[in-house]
Design a protein around this ligand. Structure first.
Ligand SMILES: [Zn+2]
Length: 435
């Protein structure tokens, strides 16, 4: 049996319930010794990085803590040297978009594509079954660029499952959001896979033309690529009158770490990773920086990679969807933690509070400034379909919650950076600190 087949069997056994989560976690310790051996032999970077690390052959004694972290800065510095396979041994080559620094190479071997894809495959099959009762629902795949793995991942899975699809690139100069919206209407697209920013931009575009997105043929939306709180899932679902869940959480670097279910939760691809939540000073205990070790022997396994994302794991998850995987909750980026009136906030907490105060929000911008008195103050700009808004009541409520003066402005549109920023960089673009 090939190594690829062994991994497929392992994953399928977990997904169909033959193997329990506890058993997978035990097997993962075994995979850890293998992957450390693999990268030490094959990756020039890790062979020098792990040279002085005592990798115990006894699984019980092997502690991740003795192994140094891999950071994004290092990835940018070392380029191809991190890879464990030569370019003639890989499946496909991708890169990060480089919006947050020098692009890093993200080659994928067939085993990477296969092991990551099996989880996405199962998740998609379940959601289509729940929403449509069939896979015959035309789906628009809308990613940020052709160099991204995302478009290929979903196209391959759609083909496997018999889901008809159209690839639209709303920010490509050849397509654009206007053309994308026309095709969605003309083709009677039933499902969208896109960032939350695109789902909101499209709704705004339709509303601007006098078309109610709720009357469109779209009945399922998968969001990915940027922070999306449960409140934002509900908000998008309401605006479109469609079911809305996460597509997947992952990146060019780490592949599909978790996939969305019908309950709006993200379930970890348990067989493929060991996950650590690294505590951050001054933050509540269960949220920390997501740090992952990739166990699949592919083109570029990363060891103790600090993702820069804030996350928590619900260890005792028993989700109504029936998945045996734990639930991962993403709360934004570590760099986006802000302090308002002496208290630290995660981007997710800010988004939740805004969306708990307003309905059918098409976009928002949260500008933090300092008053002449030295006190913190917030200007919250919002575009919304909600009409019966009592601005002073909401201002009062948010001012009490943030212990800082909140100035609410309902606007017809937000600046271009806020409206498109999130999908150009696929990062959080809505909270800005001017202090
Ligand atoms: Zn679930």
């Amino acid at each position: 049996m090939s190594i690829n087949d062994k991994w497929s069997r392992r994953i399928n056994n977990f997904l169909d319930g033959t193997v329990t989560l506890d058993e997978v976690h035990t097997q993962n310790q075994n995979s850890l010794t293998h992957i450390l051996d693999y990268v030490s032999t094959k990756s020039p970077y890790y062979s020098s990085q792990l040279k002085n690390v005592q990798i115990s052959k006894s699984i019980e004694q092997l502690s991740l803590k003795s192994i140094p972290f891999t950071t994004k800065d290092e990835l940018r510095k070392v380029g191809m040297d991190i890879c464990s396979l030569g370019m003639n041994e890989i499946g496909t080559y991708y890169e990060t978009t480089g919006t947050t620094g020098i692009p890093t190479p993200c080659p994928r071997a067939p085993i990477d594509i296969n092991t990551s894809g099996l989880f996405v495959h199962k998740a998609m099959a379940d959601v289509y079954q729940e929403t449509f009762g069939t896979t015959q629902a035309l789906t628009a795949i809308m990613g940020p660029s052709e160099l991204y793995a995302f478009g290929d991942t979903y196209a391959e899975i759609c083909r496997d499952l018999g889901i008809p699809y159209v690839k639209l690139w709303p920010e490509s100069p050849r397509v654009g959001i206007e053309k994308a919206s026309e095709l969605i209407t003309n083709l009677k697209v039933k499902a969208l896979i896109c960032s939350p920013a695109i789902a909101l931009s499209l709704a705004r575009l339709y509303a601007g033309k006098g078309i109610d997105p709720r009357k469109s043929t779209v009945k399922q939306i998968f969001v990915l690529g940027e922070l999306c709180t449960p409140e934002m899932l509900r908000n998008i679902s309401e605006i479109w009158d469609a079911a809305c869940t996460h597509g997947l959480y992952g990146s060019q670097e780490i592949h599909a770490l978790a996939t969305g279910c019908t309950e709006g939760n993200l379930h970890i691809s348990e067989t493929n990773y060991i996950i650590e939540i690294v505590p951050i000073e001054g933050l509540q205990k269960d949220v920390g920086e997501l740090c992952i070790t990739m166990l699949v022997p592919g083109a570029k396994p990363l060891i103790r990679f600090r993702t820069g994302d804030l996350a928590s794991i619900n260890e005792a998850a028993s989700c109504k969807c029936g998945s045996c995987s734990r639930v991962l909750k993403i709360s934004g980026r570590v760099d986006d933690i802000v302090t308002i009136s002496g208290e630290k906030y995660l981007p997710a907490e800010i988004e939740s509070r805004i969306l708990n105060s307003l309905n059918k929000v098409e976009g928002y911008k949260f500008d933090i400034t300092k008053l002449d008195s030295g006190e913190d103050s917030v200007v919250l700009s919002v575009t919304t379909q909600q009409t019966n808004i009592d601005v002073s009541v909401i201002e009062k409520k948010l001012t009490e919650l943030f212990k800082a003066k909140v100035d609410l402005r309902i606007q017809d549109s937000l600046d271009a950076q806020t409206e498109t920023g999130a999908y150009v960089s696929w990062k959080f673009a809505r909270i800005r600190d001017w202090r």
